[in-house]
Design a protein around this ligand. Structure first.
Ligand code: UD1
Ligand code: UDP
Length: 356
């Protein structure tokens, strides 16, 4: 029986591991798996609620690292995960996404001669000022099995000299969760109509006072056309308060939402404005217009095929595109290949057939 140690630490990680664990558990004869929660995210709304809603089992190990500088947070995870790996002695360590937990665990595992699996490999924004880009490049470099969610990932990995035999194009586990949860919601509707949704948490947008106020000046004026609901990430909440950012009453601030409440909020919205990675993908699948407040995206398929548009700081473009949405002129988009709810099944199939 193959032993797999699965690691998650931050909100988007929980959403990605849920369908993988569900599939692994179905296959009782081939796999034994244990789950580590690093504690990178710890508030109820950033962590536990996802375990409850997404049917994720209780973690077998909780590292309790909390928030800190990049160096300290990464280092704490490395120290703690070493003990876990020694205790469990896995055949594989599986990491997802691009957060500090992903980086810390992949490096530590590889140095201990364990085989590393990276789910969501190969994504590149080509912006080394993003902490996630550094995490992605290094994690991919030390990984033994690389599961790719969109085709750009294959090209990026090959260009970086990664052996093609390690790369598997399997689709998008985030979409496995989206389609699974959507079925559970059935025809649930919220009472709000004709609204936009906003999420914002990238350091490049929220950690600088002038930049953050500039963004809200634009969003305040957009919110005159239509109310915007804004579940506020804890990083952003702190900055809004610290900088005294001026936000219109038409932008409805709320605590971060659980997966289902957030899904109910955005699936029937007119548009989503975001700097999130995962939300660019989810909106593409349900055909909701998405405007990404960033200079680059590591998920180009959402622009080429999907409903996403990069705004950068071209706010006039944003205004025009929102008018296009309201007048039903915005692009409709298509669903990318293998974003069909079966990515985790494809991953498990590869792992089952893998010779260690
Ligand atoms: C992290 C990831 C980012 C990901 C995001 C998803 C890294 C480098 N960044 O960013 O890639 O897109 O998660 O949401 O790994 N905080 C709380 N409660 C929590 C968690 C955080 O109050 O449960 C606050 C703390 O003040 C903390 C700040 O948010 O200092 C930032 O948290 P951190 O995990 O360092 O980075 P994120 O911005 O959440
Ligand atoms: N999400 C959520 N509640 C919220 C905001 C986001 O459940 O209030 C979900 C969202 O649907 C997506 C994931 O969190 O599945 C994205 O995480 P986040 O934006 O924090 O991280 P990123 O994808 O940018 O790394």
């Amino acid at each position: 029986m193959k032993k797999i140690l699965i690691v998650a630490g931050a909100r988007p990680n929980f959403i990605k591991i849920s369908p993988i664990i569900r599939e692994l558990k179905k296959d009782k004869y081939n796999f034994d798996c244990k789950l580590v929660h690093t504690g990178q995210h710890y508030d109820y709304e950033m962590s536990k609620i996802f375990f409850e809603e997404l049917e994720i089992p209780q973690p077998d190990y909780f590292l309790n690292v909390g928030s800190d500088t990049h160096a300290k947070q990464t280092a704490k995870i490395m120290i703690e995960i070493e003990n876990v790996i020694n205790d469990y002695g896995p055949d594989y360590v599986l990491v997802v996404g691009d957060v500090n937990s992903t980086l810390a665990v992949s490096i530590t595992s590889k140095k201990m001669f364990y085989r590393v699996i990276h789910v969501e490999a190969g994504l590149r924004s080509f912006d080394m000022k993003m902490p996630e880009e550094i995490n992605r490049i290094i994690t991919d470099r030390v990984s033994d099995l690389l599961f790719v969610s969109e085709k750009s990932g294959i090209k990026n990995l090959i260009n970086e000299g990664i052996d093609e035999e390690k790369i598997y194009f399997v689709g998008n586990v985030m979409i496995d969760t989206l389609l699974y949860q959507l079925k559970k919601l059935k025809n649930d509707k919220i009472n709000i109509k004709n609204h936009g949704v906003l999420t914002l948490h990238r350091p490049s947008n929220v950690d600088n006072r002038d930049k953050l106020q500039e963004i809200f000046n634009v969003l305040n004026s957009i919110s005159d056309k239509m109310e915007i609901y804004f579940p506020v990430h804890p990083r952003t909440k702190k900055r809004i308060k610290e900088f005294g950012i001026n936000i219109s009453n038409n932008i409805k601030l709320m605590e971060p939402l659980g997966y289902n409440d957030f899904l109910r909020l955005w699936k029937d919205s007119k548009f989503v404005i975001t700097d999130s990675g995962g939300i660019q993908e989810e909106t593409t699948v349900l055909g909701v217009p998405c405007f990404t407040l960033r200079d680059s995206t590591e998920r180009p398929v959402t622009i080429e095929f999907g409903t996403n548009t990069l705004i950068s700081n071209n706010y006039e473009k944003l205004n025009n595109l929102i008018d296009d949405v309201l007048n039903n002129r915005y692009k409709k988009g298509k669903v990318p290949e293998y974003w069909d709810g079966n990515a985790s099944k494809r991953i498990i199939e590869v792992l089952r057939n893998e010779n260690m």
